[in-house]
Every structure is written in C-alpha cells, then in structure tokens.
Design a binder for this molecule. Structure first.
Ligand code: DGL
Length: 275
C-alpha cells in the first residue's frame, strides 16, 4: 500500500524561490512539490502592494488547482506585501518567509539588534521590522535593489557585487547598528551570496537565511496539517517529485533555475495566466 504523499506548492516571482525549494528538499525530501515562478511578471520587488497581491493570489489558486495542500510563499516581497491577502484567498494553509526569518533571528541575537536586507518593496513594507519589534528586537532595514540583477547575472563572486555589498552593508551597520549581531537575508536571491556576505559583513555577525528557517517551519507544520497515511517507511525512501510552472520562457527557467536549485531542472510547463 502506498501512503499519501503531501503536495507542497511553492510560489515565487521567478527563479529565486528555488533557494527555498532547495532548503525544503533538504528538510522534507519525502514530499512532492509544485513550484510556480511568475517569470513573465518579475521583478515583484519594485511593484505596488495591489499588483503583487493580485499576481500572488492568481498563482496561489493555480497551485491549489494542481493539488497543492500547503502553500509556501517563498518570495519575500509577496510575503511582506500580501501574505494576509493570499491567506484569505487560499483554501489551504499558507506559510510565508518573514515570520520564520524573524523567529530564527530572535533566537540567534545576543544584543537584540538585527539588520535586514531585501528588495525596495519588502523594506518599504516594514514587515520584517514589525515582526522583529514584536519580539522585542531593534531592527535596521536596508533595501539592496542592485543585488537581485547581479545574482541573476551569475555574478555571485564578482568584484563588482562585493563592492556593492560593501556599500550597502557599510550603510546598514552604521549609526547605532555597528554592533548589530544578526543579518537577515530577506530576499530569495541572497542565499547565493552567503559566502560573499560572510566576508563583507562585520566578523561578529551571524547570517540568518529565511529559506532555511522557512523549510524548518514547514516541516513543523506538515505533520500536523497532513498526517501521512499508509506505511511511512516506504514513503521516507521515496524521492521527491518536482513539477515546475513558469509564466515566461521554459528554456530560460531551466537555465537560470538550476543555479538557484543546484541541479538540473526538468518538467517545466509554460503557464499563461489571463489578467
Ligand atoms: N523573489 C523576490 C524576493 O524575495 C526577489 C525578486 C523580485 O523582485 O521579484 O523579494
């Protein structure tokens, strides 16, 4: 007898959310995944709340129609701007990336001062600051809009990216925040810059990756939300089945996506969402 395997829907504006899928696969290898990348409409990081919410709700419904029993909003911008609206519109549980990131930051800080970096829209929403202040922490938020295009260019170890990161982090860890001891990566693309950011950030700083924190949170919820039926031993041995949906070129999704996921991507379907 085969046990029911959960289908986890993962949504992002494009390829970046594959860093969250990568973390999910490490923590929960025995689920099936449907990943939706809204590549035709990215970037979300410079768009308004209404636009991001509308796009994200359409994608959430699409993933539900493909069997998703739990939705992970891997996009920091979509989580920060529209998690409430997505949760209201969805018929299944929804997990965003901001709360797990804030929770891990709270556990990691000693002096209760945190720096968060993200897109323009994420930072302007102050979603991370609110989540951190709720936990009694002081937060400095810094928009780093140049980092997403540099990562998409593949310049993760490039001198230009290092210089840009030095300027951003120099401004963030200043004026009362020089002693902040945690840096939250509040954008799907930044996990690829972790080695570079470790070099550039002050040496006493711990880096918190929202992707990893989110995967651990999803694992915690999963047991409760979707208790496995049948023989769990057989299930644990099974390899995750991955399906990908992209609103722009399938070929580009495969090419760029493998940098974020860390291995080849097959089975990508083009989706044309009607406005
Ligand atoms: N996925 C977005 C985020 O995590 C970054 C890319 C975009 O701006 O669409 O904020």
């Amino acid at each position: 007898m085969t046990a029911r395997r959960p289908i986890i829907g993962v949504f992002d504006s494009g390829f970046g959310g594959l860093t969250v899928l990568k973390a999910l696969l490490e923590v929960i290898p025995d689920a099936d995944y449907a990943y939706f990348g809204d590549t035709a409409r990215l970037p979300y990081g410079s768009k308004s709340v209404d636009t991001v919410a509308r796009y994200a709700v359409e994608a959430a419904h699409y993933l539900e129609s493909h069997g998703a029993q739990l939705l992970v909003i891997a996009c920091n911008t979509a989580t920060a701007l529209a998690l409430d609206r997505i949760t209201q519109a969805a018929h299944v549980p929804v997990v965003g990336v901001v709360e797990p990131g804030a929770e891990t930051a709270a556990a990691a800080t000693k002096n209760r001062k945190i720096v968060v970096i993200g897109t323009e829209a994420t930072i302007s929403s102050h979603a991370y600051r609110k989540a951190l202040e709720m936990r009694g922490l002081e937060a400095r938020e810094k928009a780093c809009p140049l980092l997403v295009p540099l990562v998409e260019e593949g310049w993760v170890e490039h001198g230009v990216t290092e210089q840009v990161a030095r300027i951003y982090l120099g401004e963030a860890f200043a004026d009362g925040f020089a002693d902040a001891d945690v840096l939250v990566l509040g954008c799907t693309h930044y996990p690829l810059l972790k080695p570079l950011l470790h070099r550039v950030a002050p040496s006493h700083v711990n880096i918190v990756d929202s992707a990893e924190s989110t995967a651990r949170t999803v694992a915690g919820h999963l047991q409760e939300l979707l208790p496995p039926a049948g023989n769990p031993k057989d299930e644990r041995r099974a390899v995750a089945r991955l399906k990908f949906f992209a609103t722009d070129s399938v070929e580009k999704f495969r090419r760029l996506g493998q940098r974020f996921l860390g291995h080849e991507i097959a089975d990508v379907l083009h989706v044309d969402l009607k406005e």
